[in-house]
Every structure is written in C-alpha cells, then in structure tokens.
Design a protein around this ligand. Structure first.
Ligand SMILES: [Zn+2]
Ligand SMILES: [Zn+2]
Length: 321
C-alpha cells in the first residue's frame, strides 16, 4: 500500500520538548507496547510464571525479562517466591496492576466491536450475571453511556508542562500478526493499533482535538519522521482518516474515523488509571466533564446485559482458566 505523502514540516527533530501533561499519555508511556499488553492480558488470565508467559507469547527470554522488569519498576507486577529449592518466583498483579482491568476490558470491547471473531474466546467474555457481554462506558454520576462528543476537558490542579520522553532505543514494536503467539488467540488488531508507544500517543492526542501535523508534533514532542510514519500507519489501520483542509499548497489533517472514535472508553480508562496512580500530589493534569449531567466524569465500565460494574473476579473467558 502506498504510504501517505509526507506533509511539509520543519526538518530538525526537536530535542526533548515540553508537552502538556495528561494522564492517558503517562499511562501509555508504560503500557503502549505490544509485549507489555500481552503480558498484562495473560496476567489477568492468571498466568504468573516466567515459563508460562514465554510459552504463551513465544517471546525471547531477554525481551520477556526486560518487560517483566519494567512492569515491576512501574509497580504493576510484583515478584513472589513460590519455591525455595531451587528458588522460583512468580509475577503477580499489584493493586495498581489489578486496577488496569477496566483498561483491558476497553481494549477487548473495541476489538470485539470491530473485529468480532466468535472463535476467539477473548471476544466471548461471560459476566457472572450469566450472559456474554460487551463492556460499556458509563458516567459514574448520571449512569448514561458516555460518548466522546458528550465530554469536554479542562485543566486540572496538576496541569503543567513536562518533558516528552525520549524515544526508546528499540524500533517500533509493531510486528506482523501471526508471527508470534501461535494458537493463542489474542487481540491482534488492537495490539497493532496500541502496541506501539507513539501510535497510542497519537490516538490520545487526537482525542484532545489535535488534527494537524504541527499540532500533533507540539503535543507529543515526537520526531517528525516518526510522526509521519505513525500517522500513515493509523490511516492504514482505519483509525484515522486524512482530510484536505487547504488546496495550495496541499495540507491535510487527520481525524478519527468512527472506528477510531470508538476507542474513547480506552482513553477514559487510561485517564482514570493515570489520574489515580501517576498524578501524585499535584492531582490530575486534566479534568473531563460530562456535559449531559454537568459533573466531572468518573468513568465506570458496566456489563451491557445487567448494568453492574464489571469486576475482574466476575468475568470468565470460555475455555480458559
Ligand atoms: Zn453524567
Ligand atoms: Zn452482567
């Protein structure tokens, strides 16, 4: 497929740039990585041991070790010894890690709605009300289902500029679907969209109203060649569409498609999680308001069958532990 023409942009890649803090982006600095997401999904299926992770993902030991270490450093997993001779540890979700379950559910929700595969057990989650269900984002105050058109965002007490993270040494972690993880259906499409720190950051910025190349660049502090690559990638994946906004010279902006806009529950949950665990004393950098009821949005993920909040202990995946 032909890639999108490069918009004309300043040539020099700016050094670590100051960008406006937001909790979804902070969360994605930790989570926006294919392997990290896979490890988390397995952890929610009660996978705990190194060899089990490796067998299920098929990842090189060094890469798996690196991702497990990062997740421990972030406070999401902790090591626990389960055997003394020889010493053996397992990896368990901390409270902070368990609190990512709604984030995981929003990823499942999106993939299920757009790429439903009845043969994929992850698309057929069952709630303890007895039904297969799709998680639904609701306002904790008025209990209405929340759409991105119904919310607006204002600065919070923790609003500030902070350095964008320098790019990691690694290349982007998008890999062809099917190369790994054989025989273990996961969320390939969702991981292609989110499993790269920069693609996920571009999506989060789009939800904050960025549309033009320079706006994304300013919001993310990202090198222009990487940004051009990720925008083209997201257009190919159907999450963004290009729209001409100026004829001479040609200028394009990037807007969320319906499919892209339907990622909003994920962004809302990333913000909730980041506000709770990463904002510290300063408090949330941004506050989301729910226009229909006039209150601050406190997102809750409900079962679309019975309406109750979905809890990790109340969900089973057919054919899995
Ligand atoms: Zn509301
Ligand atoms: Zn239910």
């Amino acid at each position: 497929m032909a890639s999108a023409p490069r918009p004309d942009v300043p040539q020099e890649p700016p050094a670590p740039q100051l960008v406006q803090a937001n909790s979804a982006a902070r969360a994605l600095n930790i989570l926006g990585d294919r392997w990290t997401l896979m490890i988390l999904f397995l952890a929610f299926q009660r996978v705990r041991r190194f060899d089990e992770f490796q067998g299920r993902i098929g990842l090189a030991r060094s890469l798996l070790t690196d991702r497990l270490r990062r997740l421990q450093a972030a406070g999401i997993l902790e090591k626990q010894r389960y055997q003394e001779r020889p010493p053996r540890d397992e990896y368990r979700l901390t409270e902070m890690g368990l609190d990512l379950y709604p984030v995981a559910l929003t990823i499942i929700r999106w993939e299920k709605r757009w790429f439903y595969d009845p043969a994929n057990p992850v698309h057929r989650l069952r709630h303890d009300c007895g039904h297969e269900f799709t998680p639904e984002l609701r306002c904790g105050c008025c209990d209405q289902s929340v759409s991105p058109r119904d919310v607006y965002v204002l600065d919070g007490p923790g609003a500030r500029l902070e350095p964008s993270l320098p790019p990691r040494a690694q290349r982007r972690s998008i890999v062809p679907a099917g190369g790994l993880n054989q025989g273990n259906p996961m969320l390939d499409r969702a991981f292609q969209v989110l499993g790269d720190r920069w693609t996920s950051h571009v999506i989060a910025a789009a939800f904050l109203g960025r549309r033009r190349f320079n706006d994304f660049q300013a919001a993310l502090g990202i090198a222009t060649n990487i940004l051009a690559d990720r925008l083209a990638r997201l257009v190919d994946l159907g999450v963004l569409r290009r729209q001409l906004y100026q004829e001479r010279p040609e200028r394009w902006e990037y807007r969320l498609t319906d499919e892209g806009r339907d990622l909003y529950p994920l962004i809302a949950e990333l913000n909730r999680w980041g506000d709770r665990w990463l904002a510290g004393q300063a408090g949330p950098p941004l506050i989301t308001w729910h226009r229909p009821c006039g209150h601050v949005l406190e997102p809750r993920l409900a079962c679309d069958q019975c309406g109750r909040t979905v809890d990790v202990r109340a969900v089973t995946t057919p054919g899995m532990a």
